[in-house]
Design a protein around this ligand. Structure first.
Ligand code: SF4
Length: 457
């Protein structure tokens, strides 16, 4: 998911949020929404589909105010359905609040307890319910002017797993990040003095905000008339920034943990060329996220870089689509081969990762049909063998090809002449020379926050 928040008395928040969400569209394409406050009243608008399909000038005009939060959704827990679109909102103890969530909690069932509320089918709903409980159950919390802050201070430490939140009441904008820092969250400032929160730096750039800093693990920032205040709701734990943000999720034009994503992907490509060389005529990416990696592979190997596939720019990511059937359909309209460029050639085809392999298998067939003489598939990450419980929808391990097949079986399944993955240590060094600090659970089974009921050995 992508989250965004803005509080700028000089600018209409809905329009800025629209731009921010547009820049975060790649993080979730199932639904999008925003909550906008005019200082006294919060209006929420959300729907299924892409940001550009949901919001137009008419709809934005109906959202007056100078503070807002926004969300683009990629379903992890909870169905891809309107009722799970975000922001979620609640009215409790005299406070109205709205919340947008990127990440996935691992103790949702424990947090939900035996509450009868049938509508709680996503972890974000459970968090909103807990905050509402805190706002009503504790008279000390309910009465104060900063009721929402007090409620968050009580609730956030109980949450386990991955979360980057944007939250607001009528007058305050709040950002909070889990104690391991699984998912990114940035603070930026506009020329006008207004403040912005966003999952990725390009969403700050698009509203002309400068990056001030990342929200620290275990930190919440509260933005009000006086500026930015910060409190630590939990002590920071060993940092576990999702390494897949660098491989696949994040935009290449951003930085994460002080590291440029594009440059990191190029270094992964260079490392892959050193580690898994092959004799070939052309290095080509599977567009778009593999492009910097393929450039790196070509530069390091001295093999010519070229384009073998054109991607239809108007289709969402197929991996991120919510059902297998949708993914199958999407493959056919996603890519087309540039026949002249691939016919008779020995190709190094660079891909960022192999998760379910549906798209990749069809793409390999496309290249063969276009006349490729040999296909040497090179993958910029280590084999994706374990489910992610921190914000990617890969909880069904049986769907992960590397969990059920050997590398030779995957090569055969995909119809490639050779297949090689970047070793994990090389991948991490390519991201950052400093050791540690990343979640690698989907490649190692080493979960930074234990998954209740799961044996990981
Ligand atoms: Fe990222 Fe993989 Fe960790 Fe999930 S398990 S947070 S995808 S590194």
């Amino acid at each position: 998911c992508g989250v965004f928040g803005v509080r700028d008395p000089q600018q209409p928040a809905a329009h800025l949020t629209y731009l921010g969400l547009f820049a975060l569209q790649h993080r979730g394409q199932e639904s999008a929404g925003m909550a906008v406050s005019d200082g006294g009243k919060i209006t929420i608008d959300k729907d299924m589909g892409l940001v550009s399909a949901i919001f137009d000038e008419y709809r934005l005009q109906a959202l007056p105010g100078t503070m807002a939060i926004g969300h683009t959704r990629y379903a992890t827990t909870g169905a891809s359905a309107w009722r799970n679109a975000q922001p979620v909102a609640r009215h409790a103890g005299g406070t109205f609040f709205a919340l947008g969530h990127n990440g996935n909690l691992v103790n949702t069932a424990e947090l939900a307890g035996d509450r009868p509320d049938a509508d709680l089918d996503s972890d974000s709903d459970v968090v909103a319910a807990l905050i509402a409980d805190a706002l009503t159950a504790d008279p000390q919390i309910a009465d104060g002017d900063g009721a929402l802050i007090a409620a968050l201070a009580a609730v956030l430490p109980r949450l386990q797993g991955a979360f980057s939140f944007v939250i607001m009441d009528e007058t305050r904008l709040i950002g909070a990040r889990d104690a391991h820092g699984f998912r990114p969250l940035f603070l930026g400032q506009c020329d006008t003095g207004g403040w912005v929160l966003a999952s990725e730096t390009p969403a700050l750039n698009v509203v002309s905000a400068r990056v001030i800093r990342e929200i620290d693990p275990g930190e919440a920032v509260v933005i009000d008339d006086e500026g930015v205040h910060s409190f630590q709701f939990a002590p920071p734990q060993s940092r576990a920034l999702c390494s897949f943000e660098f491989v696949y999720i994040a935009r290449p034009d951003g930085t994460l943990g002080g590291v440029g994503v594009h440059a990191a992907r190029r270094r992964m490509g260079r490392a892959l060329a050193r580690q898994k060389p092959v004799d070939a005529d052309m290095v080509m990416p599977i567009p778009d996220s593999s492009i910097p990696g393929a450039q790196g592979y070509a530069a390091e190997s001295g093999i010519e870089y070229g384009d073998g596939l054109i991607k239809n720019r108007y289709i969402g990511r197929t991996f991120i689509a919510p059902s297998q059937k949708l993914r199958d359909n999407a493959v056919r309209i996603k890519f087309n081969a540039i026949e002249d460029n691939v016919v008779g050639k020995r190709l190094v085809v660079v891909e960022d990762s192999i998760v379910r392999a549906t798209t990749l298998r069809a793409t390999m067939r496309l290249l063969r049909d276009a006349g490729a003489a040999e296909i040497h598939l090179r993958v910029l990450s280590a084999p994706y063998r374990w489910s992610c419980f921190y914000g990617l929808d890969t909880s069904d391990r049986s769907k992960l090809v590397a969990a059920t097949m050997s590398i030779e079986q995957i090569r055969d399944h995909l119809g490639a002449d050779s297949l090689a993955y970047l070793e994990l240590d090389q991948m991490l060094t390519a991201i950052s020379p400093e050791p540690g600090g990343f979640c690698t659970a989907c490649m190692t089974g080493d979960y930074p926050v234990p998954i209740p009921g799961m044996l990981t050995t």
